[in-house]
Design a protein around this ligand. Sequence first.
Ligand code: CU
Length: 345
Amino acid sequence: MTLTLNHLGWTAILMLACWPAHAHVNLEQREAPRGKSYKAVFKVPHGCKGEATHTVRVEIPEGFIGVKPMPKPGWTIKTERGAYAQEYGYYHGPLKEGVKQIEWSGGELPDDHYDEFVASGFIARELKDAALYFKVVQECANGAERWVEIPGAGGDPHDLNAPAAVLKIADGGNDAAHGHDHHHAHGNGHAHGHNKHGEAASDGAATIGSLAIEGAWTRATAEGAKVGAGYLTIRNTGGDADTLVGVETAVAERGEIHEMSMSEGVMRMRRLADGVEIPAGGSVELKPGGNHLMFMNLKERLVEGERITVTLTFKSGATGSVTLPVRGLGAGKSDKGEQHNHSHH
Ligand SMILES: [Cu+2]
């Protein structure tokens, strides 16, 4: 099953959308629940274009409260405090102000070394946002790396060159940190308790057994298009590997799991008959230019702003649905002119 497409267009698109310019500053643990303490470990993988890093500055997002930086031998810590936008409930009473920025300076982290910068804090129970963005600036002798970009509404983080470190805020019912056992009554008190039966949760997210589905979406299709594609991240919170083996949706004759790869300058799509394995404790991202869900022989056009429901089946027998919001035709790509003729043979 090969795919005929506009080589030049796709090559350019893939380079823009999927080729990381270089590794980003990221958090070690990228998801955490509200109303709990959280240790933010910022991983700094390299310097500024070959130069050693001597300063790391982190902006603390609203809602991450009671923050304390961890001292680091060889580095001087400076913090800036300020008033929060609102009062937050904390262990011994309300908290109105705290650390808003941390700076580690005077150190020397060579470009070919790796290091971590740590701050502990508490994720406010009152927080409404689904994610916290930590803007991080690395300064070197002559240059700087500024990890400060935040995706816009419906934006795809793949399009950002220098994304801020992001922490996903888990909902009570999807709280992976609790291992999907019987702790659902905690969290924000909503009755989410049926997720283990695989019912669709909020848009783009669902819990199917010990598999957490996150960031699921699909792209609008052009008039007359025969196929659509779906993208999502599957995180396996269980102790055993599992494999995504099936996908079904009412809007297409059948669903398949595809791999996309570049060979001799040509993009090829191939059905993954054995599915996609998600290692125990690991996660797999299905994304533009990589593995994806493919909806074959669409029965209707996918329209931006609407949503489709997709049922996923795993080798373990776990099965459940997730809702995929339909993003614009250009979503996940930097080139709206993309007109690849999806002709699977
Ligand atoms: Cu495909």
